[in-house]
Design a protein around this ligand. Structure first.
Ligand code: NAD
Length: 477
């Protein structure tokens, strides 16, 4: 049970007059979290208080800020079990995955603590007696608005990078995981000067109030629809916007690959975290030569997944985050079926408590179906049969989103074409997940803008200043 308090202007328990929100465990519907809802007035006061603290934190030596972030990472590490349990209780993912997310978050905090003090500007070669250089400076006040699907890892990335580069942060975790956000904020706040981090809780209305404030950066990880509203709000204030939004990632299964291995990759990409990963496999284009064997193997893998509460160590497929989201997922599946697709397994609402949805394989899909084109964010694998690699690549590229894509192929020239031609931020060949630590990419189109990860995120939170210095009167100092 989590009873959340807000943190405003260095004071825990401040505000919350906008009411209360309750989060239920998606495994059984039991209430797990009570969180206050900030009013627009409180959000305004928090932004003002943050602005008043910004100068002092910006003037703190980078090494000192980095040391604070290391201490923050230690504090989060000491809370690993508690944080992982909160993630599982609030959004349902298996405990081992939740723990993995917390560990990833701690790793990111430590990386940013190491990297930030090493990043400098450039020196320039101007007139002989002049000094010219470029130097990064904190942007000021950052609003960090985060989602629920990997709440600790995502929040640690944004908060760690923003804080260590000298910004003060107004943190608004998802209304679906406020208990997790509160635990994380408590751990971070222990290591930071009072007022450097604020926590505001509530739903979209609190996010919208935050996005309307006079802040310097709004960093949003979440849905495309929300990202667009935030971008519109920022157009009115001049805040810089960093958006890491939705995707509908394709998986291309080329002729000549082993259908059993391809099915294993597809199952991992589509069903991990019940499909609630921004870079989940959302649509599959399989070559006709192996389509039947591939679908049969994928169905077998879907049926073999152990479904249950995230607290059960044997669970491979937990519930969806809540029934509202389950309605969205099921709505897309039923619409595809009404338009001629065929459910090969899953696709039915279970008659049990909680928000479970079965691993679902939908065959005979067409590229124009909403299940294929839109983000589903559930454990659903829609399969479109294609006649050539060309056709697969054309379909994969034809999307409003541009987050990531995977190609399974034995052909080096097809692999080369995939990474050169696909208009997405990340291309993976022969592995749906993995990738070197520190990787960062620009999402394209509806998937967002700016670097949300990697060392480049540190640059997003700083503004570069060019400096030119000459001695007075053209003489000597
Ligand atoms: P969401 O956009 O609905 O919510 C995210 C945050 O935005 C929440 O804190 C929410 O309260 C806030 N919000 C909602 N409406 C707002 C508004 N009008 N103004 C300001 N803030 C507002 O997204 P979600 O459902 O929490 O998360 C799932 C989405 O996140 C998926 O689309 C997924 O692909 C995406 N995601 C993307 C990445 C990435 O790196 N690209 C990573 C994780 C999740």
């Amino acid at each position: 049970m989590y009873t959340v308090a807000q943190l405003v202007g260095g004071v825990w328990g401040a505000g919350g007059s906008g009411g209360e929100l309750v989060v239920c465990d998606p495994a059984d519907g039991e209430r797990v979290t009570w969180a206050p809802i900030a009013t627009a007035d409180e959000v305004g006061k928090a932004a003002q208080a943050a602005r008043e603290t910004a100068g002092e934190w910006a003037a703190t030596a980078p090494a000192e800020r980095a040391a604070a972030l290391h201490r923050a990472a230690d504090a989060v590490a000491a809370m690993t079990d508690e944080l992982a349990a909160a993630v599982t209780a609030e959004m349902g993912k298996p405990l081992a995955d939740a723990r993995g997310g917390v560990e990833a978050g701690i790793g990111t905090l430590r990386q940013y603590a190491e990297l930030a003090p090493l990043r400098g500007g450039r020196t320039l070669q101007g007139a002989t007696d002049a000094v010219d250089f470029m130097t990064p400076q904190p942007r000021g006040v950052v609003a960090a608005i985060t989602p629920w699907n990997d709440p600790v890892a995502v929040s640690c990335g944004l908060l760690g990078a923003a804080l260590v580069t000298g910004n003060v942060v107004l943190y608004k975790p998802s209304e679906r995981t406020p208990g997790t956000g509160w635990l994380l904020a408590r751990a971070l706040d222990e290591a930071l000067p009072a007022g450097v981090l604020s926590l505001l809780t509530g739903g979209p209305e609190v996010g919208a109030a935050l996005a309307a404030q006079d802040v310097d950066v709004i960093a949003h990880v979440g849905s495309t629809a929300t990202g667009r509203k935030i971008a519109a709000a920022a157009a009115g204030t001049g805040a810089k916007v960093l958006l890491e939004n939705g995707g509908s990632d394709p998986l291309v299964v080329d002729a000549g690959v082993d259908p059993g291995w391809a099915a294993q990759q597809a199952a991992l990409g589509a069903f991990a975290n019940a499909g609630q990963i921004c870079v989940a496999v959302e649509r599959i284009y399989v070559h006709r030569d192996l389509a039947d064997d591939f679908v049969t193997a994928l169905v077998r893998r879907a049926d073999a997944l152990r479904v249950g509460s995230g607290r059960d160590p044997g669970t491979e497929l937990g519930p969806l985050v809540d029934r509202r989201h389950r309605d969205h997922v099921h709505g897309q599946v039923t619409a595809a079926v009404a338009a001629g697709a065929r459910v090969r397994t899953g696709g039915e609402l279970p008659d049990t408590p909680g928000a479970y949805y079965p691993a679902t394989v939908v065959a005979d899909c067409r590229h124009d179906m909403a299940l294929v084109r839109e983000e589903t964010f559930g454990p659903v694998a829609p399969v479109v049969v294609v006649d050539s690699f060309d056709e697969a690549l054309t379909c994969a590229a034809d999307s409003p989103y541009g987050l990531a894509a995977t190609v399974l192929t034995p052909s080096m020239s097809h692999a080369q074409r995939a990474w050169r031609e696909l208009p997405v931020g990340t291309v993976k060949v022969n592995s749906v997940f993995g990738g070197a630590p520190g990787g960062a990419a620009h999402p394209r189109r509806a998937s967002g803008q700016g670097f949300g990860y990697g060392p480049e995120l540190l640059d997003e939170f700083t503004a570069t200043k060019a400096v030119h210095i000459e001695a007075p009167g053209g003489g000597h100092w």
